[in-house]
Design a protein around this ligand. Structure first.
Ligand SMILES: Cc1cc2nc3c(=O)[nH]c(=O)nc-3n(C[C@H](O)[C@H](O)[C@H](O)COP(=O)(O)O)c2cc1C
Length: 247
Protein backbone atom coordinates (compact mmCIF):
# COMPACT_ATOMS: atom_id res chain seq x y z
CA UNK A 1 0.00 0.00 0.00
CA UNK A 2 1.18 3.51 -0.73
CA UNK A 3 1.75 6.23 1.83
CA UNK A 4 -1.51 7.84 2.91
CA UNK A 5 -2.52 11.14 4.44
CA UNK A 6 -5.50 10.86 6.76
CA UNK A 7 -7.80 13.36 8.42
CA UNK A 8 -7.94 12.10 12.03
CA UNK A 9 -11.22 11.83 13.98
CA UNK A 10 -12.44 14.61 16.25
CA UNK A 11 -15.68 13.94 18.13
CA UNK A 12 -18.26 16.65 17.63
CA UNK A 13 -16.28 18.14 14.71
CA UNK A 14 -15.44 15.67 11.91
CA UNK A 15 -18.83 15.15 10.27
CA UNK A 16 -19.49 14.98 6.54
CA UNK A 17 -19.56 18.75 6.07
CA UNK A 18 -16.30 19.26 7.95
CA UNK A 19 -14.54 16.50 6.00
CA UNK A 20 -15.93 17.80 2.70
CA UNK A 21 -14.35 21.18 3.37
CA UNK A 22 -10.91 19.57 3.57
CA UNK A 23 -10.97 17.21 0.59
CA UNK A 24 -9.14 19.61 -1.71
CA UNK A 25 -6.17 19.62 0.69
CA UNK A 26 -5.20 16.20 -0.61
CA UNK A 27 -6.30 13.77 2.11
CA UNK A 28 -6.42 10.15 0.89
CA UNK A 29 -8.70 9.16 3.76
CA UNK A 30 -11.00 11.14 6.02
CA UNK A 31 -12.27 9.86 9.36
CA UNK A 32 -15.81 10.52 10.56
CA UNK A 33 -16.54 10.50 14.28
CA UNK A 34 -15.72 9.33 16.86
CA UNK A 35 -19.25 8.15 17.27
CA UNK A 36 -20.73 6.36 20.24
CA UNK A 37 -22.35 3.31 18.70
CA UNK A 38 -24.40 1.69 21.47
CA UNK A 39 -26.64 2.85 24.35
CA UNK A 40 -23.94 2.75 27.11
CA UNK A 41 -21.43 4.83 25.15
CA UNK A 42 -24.18 7.17 23.91
CA UNK A 43 -25.21 7.84 27.51
CA UNK A 44 -21.55 8.36 28.42
CA UNK A 45 -21.28 10.83 25.53
CA UNK A 46 -24.24 12.79 26.89
CA UNK A 47 -22.54 13.05 30.28
CA UNK A 48 -19.40 14.30 28.52
CA UNK A 49 -21.45 16.93 26.67
CA UNK A 50 -23.04 18.04 29.94
CA UNK A 51 -19.60 19.02 31.24
CA UNK A 52 -18.87 21.06 28.14
CA UNK A 53 -16.83 18.75 25.87
CA UNK A 54 -17.84 18.31 22.23
CA UNK A 55 -19.33 14.95 21.20
CA UNK A 56 -21.66 13.77 18.47
CA UNK A 57 -24.99 12.95 20.08
CA UNK A 58 -26.75 10.59 17.68
CA UNK A 59 -29.25 8.08 19.13
CA UNK A 60 -27.97 4.56 18.38
CA UNK A 61 -31.10 3.75 16.36
CA UNK A 62 -30.35 6.70 14.02
CA UNK A 63 -26.61 6.14 13.71
CA UNK A 64 -26.55 3.98 10.57
CA UNK A 65 -28.66 6.48 8.68
CA UNK A 66 -26.62 9.40 10.02
CA UNK A 67 -23.29 7.88 8.98
CA UNK A 68 -24.67 6.87 5.60
CA UNK A 69 -25.73 10.49 5.02
CA UNK A 70 -22.30 11.84 6.06
CA UNK A 71 -20.51 9.42 3.73
CA UNK A 72 -22.74 10.44 0.82
CA UNK A 73 -21.95 14.12 1.42
CA UNK A 74 -18.28 13.24 0.98
CA UNK A 75 -18.50 10.70 -1.85
CA UNK A 76 -20.76 13.04 -3.86
CA UNK A 77 -17.67 15.18 -4.41
CA UNK A 78 -16.77 13.62 -7.73
CA UNK A 79 -13.25 15.06 -7.86
CA UNK A 80 -12.26 13.07 -4.74
CA UNK A 81 -11.68 9.33 -4.84
CA UNK A 82 -10.33 8.77 -1.35
CA UNK A 83 -11.48 6.46 1.43
CA UNK A 84 -13.82 7.01 4.36
CA UNK A 85 -13.06 5.67 7.81
CA UNK A 86 -15.44 5.83 10.78
CA UNK A 87 -14.06 5.96 14.33
CA UNK A 88 -16.32 4.12 16.77
CA UNK A 89 -16.69 3.40 20.46
CA UNK A 90 -18.86 0.60 21.74
CA UNK A 91 -18.88 -1.99 24.49
CA UNK A 92 -19.28 -4.90 22.04
CA UNK A 93 -18.08 -5.40 18.46
CA UNK A 94 -21.56 -5.85 16.91
CA UNK A 95 -22.48 -2.18 16.30
CA UNK A 96 -19.09 -1.65 14.63
CA UNK A 97 -19.63 -4.69 12.41
CA UNK A 98 -23.05 -3.36 11.43
CA UNK A 99 -21.59 0.02 10.46
CA UNK A 100 -18.90 -1.75 8.39
CA UNK A 101 -21.71 -2.95 6.10
CA UNK A 102 -22.62 0.54 4.94
CA UNK A 103 -21.86 0.95 1.27
CA UNK A 104 -19.56 3.98 1.51
CA UNK A 105 -17.66 2.94 4.63
CA UNK A 106 -14.20 1.78 3.58
CA UNK A 107 -12.71 1.40 7.05
CA UNK A 108 -14.15 0.96 10.54
CA UNK A 109 -11.83 2.22 13.23
CA UNK A 110 -12.05 0.73 16.72
CA UNK A 111 -11.46 3.51 19.23
CA UNK A 112 -8.93 2.28 21.81
CA UNK A 113 -7.93 5.89 22.37
CA UNK A 114 -10.58 7.90 24.20
CA UNK A 115 -9.52 8.84 27.73
CA UNK A 116 -12.75 10.45 28.94
CA UNK A 117 -13.63 8.69 32.23
CA UNK A 118 -17.28 8.17 31.26
CA UNK A 119 -16.02 6.02 28.34
CA UNK A 120 -13.13 4.28 30.10
CA UNK A 121 -15.47 3.33 32.98
CA UNK A 122 -17.32 1.19 30.43
CA UNK A 123 -14.10 -0.63 29.47
CA UNK A 124 -14.01 1.27 26.15
CA UNK A 125 -11.53 3.70 24.60
CA UNK A 126 -8.01 3.55 26.02
CA UNK A 127 -9.22 1.16 28.74
CA UNK A 128 -9.07 -1.54 26.05
CA UNK A 129 -5.29 -1.13 26.08
CA UNK A 130 -5.21 -2.38 29.66
CA UNK A 131 -6.99 -5.61 28.68
CA UNK A 132 -4.95 -7.06 25.79
CA UNK A 133 -6.86 -10.36 25.73
CA UNK A 134 -10.20 -8.62 25.52
CA UNK A 135 -8.80 -6.22 22.90
CA UNK A 136 -7.54 -9.14 20.83
CA UNK A 137 -10.90 -10.90 20.95
CA UNK A 138 -12.72 -7.66 20.13
CA UNK A 139 -10.52 -6.81 17.14
CA UNK A 140 -10.56 -10.40 15.84
CA UNK A 141 -14.35 -10.45 15.94
CA UNK A 142 -14.59 -7.18 13.99
CA UNK A 143 -11.96 -8.36 11.48
CA UNK A 144 -13.78 -11.67 11.01
CA UNK A 145 -17.19 -10.15 10.33
CA UNK A 146 -16.47 -6.68 8.96
CA UNK A 147 -17.28 -5.85 5.36
CA UNK A 148 -14.80 -2.95 5.51
CA UNK A 149 -11.13 -2.83 6.37
CA UNK A 150 -10.36 -2.47 10.08
CA UNK A 151 -8.22 0.10 11.85
CA UNK A 152 -7.43 0.30 15.55
CA UNK A 153 -6.66 3.72 16.99
CA UNK A 154 -4.50 3.69 20.09
CA UNK A 155 -3.09 6.34 22.39
CA UNK A 156 0.61 5.92 23.18
CA UNK A 157 2.28 6.14 26.56
CA UNK A 158 -0.77 5.37 28.68
CA UNK A 159 0.51 4.39 32.14
CA UNK A 160 0.59 0.60 32.76
CA UNK A 161 0.33 -0.12 29.01
CA UNK A 162 3.06 -1.83 27.00
CA UNK A 163 2.67 -0.22 23.58
CA UNK A 164 4.72 -2.84 21.77
CA UNK A 165 2.70 -5.67 23.31
CA UNK A 166 -0.48 -3.86 22.20
CA UNK A 167 0.87 -3.38 18.67
CA UNK A 168 1.71 -7.08 18.48
CA UNK A 169 -1.77 -7.96 19.76
CA UNK A 170 -3.32 -5.85 17.03
CA UNK A 171 -1.06 -7.43 14.43
CA UNK A 172 -2.09 -10.88 15.66
CA UNK A 173 -5.72 -9.82 15.30
CA UNK A 174 -5.12 -9.09 11.60
CA UNK A 175 -6.28 -5.47 11.65
CA UNK A 176 -5.42 -3.60 8.44
CA UNK A 177 -4.15 -0.42 10.11
CA UNK A 178 -2.69 0.63 13.43
CA UNK A 179 -3.46 4.32 13.95
CA UNK A 180 -1.13 5.59 16.67
CA UNK A 181 -1.62 8.85 18.52
CA UNK A 182 2.05 8.96 19.48
CA UNK A 183 1.38 11.41 22.26
CA UNK A 184 4.42 12.09 24.40
CA UNK A 185 3.27 13.52 27.72
CA UNK A 186 4.95 16.84 28.50
CA UNK A 187 6.10 17.43 24.90
CA UNK A 188 4.43 19.07 21.95
CA UNK A 189 6.05 16.68 19.47
CA UNK A 190 5.18 13.06 18.80
CA UNK A 191 7.02 10.10 20.29
CA UNK A 192 8.89 9.24 17.09
CA UNK A 193 10.99 6.60 18.88
CA UNK A 194 7.85 4.64 19.63
CA UNK A 195 6.81 4.74 15.96
CA UNK A 196 10.27 3.43 15.08
CA UNK A 197 9.96 0.59 17.63
CA UNK A 198 6.50 -0.44 16.38
CA UNK A 199 7.86 -0.37 12.83
CA UNK A 200 10.81 -2.56 13.84
CA UNK A 201 8.75 -5.03 15.87
CA UNK A 202 5.71 -5.53 13.62
CA UNK A 203 4.63 -5.56 9.98
CA UNK A 204 1.62 -3.38 10.66
CA UNK A 205 0.57 -0.54 8.38
CA UNK A 206 1.15 2.35 10.77
CA UNK A 207 -0.73 5.63 10.54
CA UNK A 208 1.37 7.99 12.66
CA UNK A 209 -0.42 10.78 14.44
CA UNK A 210 0.26 13.63 16.84
CA UNK A 211 1.45 17.20 16.47
CA UNK A 212 1.85 17.11 12.70
CA UNK A 213 1.60 20.75 11.76
CA UNK A 214 4.33 21.22 9.16
CA UNK A 215 5.95 19.39 6.25
CA UNK A 216 8.92 18.70 8.52
CA UNK A 217 6.90 16.98 11.24
CA UNK A 218 5.02 14.94 8.62
CA UNK A 219 8.27 13.82 7.03
CA UNK A 220 9.76 13.01 10.42
CA UNK A 221 6.77 10.75 11.16
CA UNK A 222 7.29 8.90 7.87
CA UNK A 223 11.05 8.60 8.26
CA UNK A 224 10.45 7.12 11.73
CA UNK A 225 8.63 4.21 10.12
CA UNK A 226 5.01 5.29 9.71
CA UNK A 227 3.33 4.27 6.43
CA UNK A 228 0.92 7.17 6.61
CA UNK A 229 0.24 10.23 8.70
CA UNK A 230 -2.88 11.71 10.20
CA UNK A 231 -3.77 15.22 11.24
CA UNK A 232 -6.44 16.42 13.65
CA UNK A 233 -5.96 19.78 15.36
CA UNK A 234 -4.01 21.42 12.52
CA UNK A 235 -7.12 20.92 10.36
CA UNK A 236 -9.63 22.47 12.76
CA UNK A 237 -9.64 25.86 11.08
CA UNK A 238 -10.65 24.15 7.81
CA UNK A 239 -7.32 25.08 6.26
CA UNK A 240 -3.86 23.62 6.55
CA UNK A 241 -0.72 25.69 6.51
CA UNK A 242 1.16 23.23 4.30
CA UNK A 243 0.55 21.26 1.14
CA UNK A 244 -0.10 17.56 1.79
CA UNK A 245 0.95 16.65 -1.74
CA UNK A 246 4.47 17.91 -1.01
CA UNK A 247 5.14 15.58 1.95
C1 LIG B 1 -11.66 17.99 19.85
C2 LIG B 1 -11.01 16.67 19.62
C3 LIG B 1 -11.79 15.52 19.57
C4 LIG B 1 -11.19 14.27 19.35
N1 LIG B 1 -11.98 13.18 19.25
C5 LIG B 1 -11.43 11.95 18.95
C6 LIG B 1 -12.24 10.80 18.77
O1 LIG B 1 -13.46 10.87 18.86
N2 LIG B 1 -11.62 9.63 18.47
C7 LIG B 1 -10.25 9.52 18.37
O2 LIG B 1 -9.75 8.43 18.11
N3 LIG B 1 -9.47 10.61 18.53
C8 LIG B 1 -10.02 11.81 18.81
N4 LIG B 1 -9.21 12.92 18.96
C9 LIG B 1 -7.75 12.76 18.85
C10 LIG B 1 -7.23 13.13 17.47
O3 LIG B 1 -7.74 12.26 16.46
C11 LIG B 1 -5.69 13.06 17.46
O4 LIG B 1 -5.30 11.74 17.79
C12 LIG B 1 -5.03 14.01 18.47
O5 LIG B 1 -5.64 15.28 18.46
C13 LIG B 1 -3.53 14.18 18.16
O6 LIG B 1 -3.36 14.56 16.80
P1 LIG B 1 -3.09 16.11 16.37
O7 LIG B 1 -1.84 16.53 17.09
O8 LIG B 1 -2.96 16.08 14.88
O9 LIG B 1 -4.27 16.91 16.84
C14 LIG B 1 -9.78 14.17 19.20
C15 LIG B 1 -9.01 15.33 19.25
C16 LIG B 1 -9.60 16.57 19.46
C17 LIG B 1 -8.72 17.79 19.50
Amino acid sequence: MNQIEVLAPMAGITDGDFCKGLLNHGFDMVTLGGYNADPPTTNAGREIISRGRPEFDIPPEDLLEHIDKQTRLIKDQDFWNGQISVNLRSVNPEPIIEISRLKNVDVVEINAHCRQPEITDLGCGQELLKQPLHLEKFVKEVVKKSKSRVSVKIRANVPEVDDIQIAKTIEKSNANYLHVDAMKPGFDTADYDLIESIHDETNLFIIGNNSIKSIESARKMLSSGADGISIARAAISGTLSFDLSKI
